[in-house]
Design a protein around this ligand. Sequence first.
Ligand SMILES: NC(=O)C1=CN([C@@H]2O[C@H](COP(=O)(O)OP(=O)(O)OC[C@H]3O[C@@H](n4cnc5c(N)ncnc54)[C@H](OP(=O)(O)O)[C@@H]3O)[C@@H](O)[C@H]2O)C=CC1
Ligand SMILES: Nc1nc(=O)c2c([nH]1)NC[C@@H]1CN(c3ccc(C(=O)N[C@@H](CCC(=O)O)C(=O)O)cc3)C=[N+]21
Length: 300
Amino acid sequence: MTSAGAHIIDGKAFAAGLRERIKVAVPAFVTQAGRAPGLAVVLVGEDPASQVYVASKHKATLAAGMESFEHRLPADTLQEDLIALVQQLNADETVDGILVQLPLPKHLDEKAVVMAIDPNKDVDGLHVINAGRLANGEEALTPCTPLGSLMLLKDTLGDLSGLDAVVVGRSILVGKPMAQLLLGENCTVTMAHSRTRNLPDVVRRADIVVAAVGRAEMVKGDWLKDGAVVIDVGINRLDPEPGKDRGRLVGDVATAEALDHVRAITPVPGGVGPMTIAVLLRNTLVAASARAGLAKPGGF
Ligand SMILES: NC(=O)C1=CN([C@@H]2O[C@H](COP(=O)(O)OP(=O)(O)OC[C@H]3O[C@@H](n4cnc5c(N)ncnc54)[C@H](OP(=O)(O)O)[C@@H]3O)[C@@H](O)[C@H]2O)C=CC1
Ligand SMILES: Nc1nc(=O)c2c([nH]1)NC[C@@H]1CN(c3ccc(C(=O)N[C@@H](CCC(=O)O)C(=O)O)cc3)C=[N+]21
């Protein structure tokens, strides 16, 4: 609790617990399937932030007892060569999950690359088959960041039924699947975006606010209803202050102001980010179990 009484949601600790439960479940898969679950991560180009995420995914995958296959391709990789790699990973029996780190360099067609991934290995949940299943309320591989965010919300609030939720941002990776998940929990969901009128007033109605915009500290404290629960998905690196830091990470919410209003909020870093990686491992184990004809692993 802070002095104002707001609870800081410890995504890092929750993610560590989830990773521990996955690590315990992996040996049962290995015994039954005769191999470890495998995750392939494809990184095109040298974006420094992406390099950091890919390295931490690799470490977490190995720590969970899974196989990690990293494919680093040069920034000028041809579309056909990237698609050929995806097809090779689709055909590889030791690969259960395929993640192509986004965004891709401009000359590549992201949609075509994602559509080339076998939907049963699409641990990012980006293929239209998985997006469609999620929208229809069917079993689906679900995007990691929204699913991790939902886990934190349920841990904080319990039943979400009937609550007013506002999701700011409508990307295929975060905002849209987040809204679908909240709808599935019987929230009344509003999706806001760059054309939304009177965004502060829209956000003020919400019991649950999910900010996934990519604009540093855009959501102000006085946009938040007293007692709201806030999930801050944004990861924005501020310009470095010479001699002081290498550029602080901040979210899409002005956290210090928000603390005077909210019941609970995720910090940046240490909130949603660690959940994304833990859920990626979860999705890999779920995909591996389905592919091996085994029961869906329980407990997460
Ligand atoms: N913590 C984690 O694990 C992850 C964090 N992220 C972070 O989350 C943020 C969002 O990511 P992502 O969804 O991929 O981003 P995108 O850039 O794909 O989408 C941003 C969304 O925000 C909307 N938007 C932009 N400006 C405004 C504005 N002024 N008012 C209201 N809405 C606005 C856009 O609207 P429109 O559609 O109209 O253009 C769009 O829907 C980024 O900071 C990203 O780094 C992303 C993935 C994982
Ligand atoms: N196909 C695809 N799937 C993704 O899920 C995907 C992607 N592309 N492209 C980029 C975004 C971003 N993303 C993050 C993952 C972990 C942290 C994370 O662990 N963050 C730490 C801090 C990390 C740091 O210090 O830089 C934290 O918030 O505590 C952040 C962001 C996944 N993304």
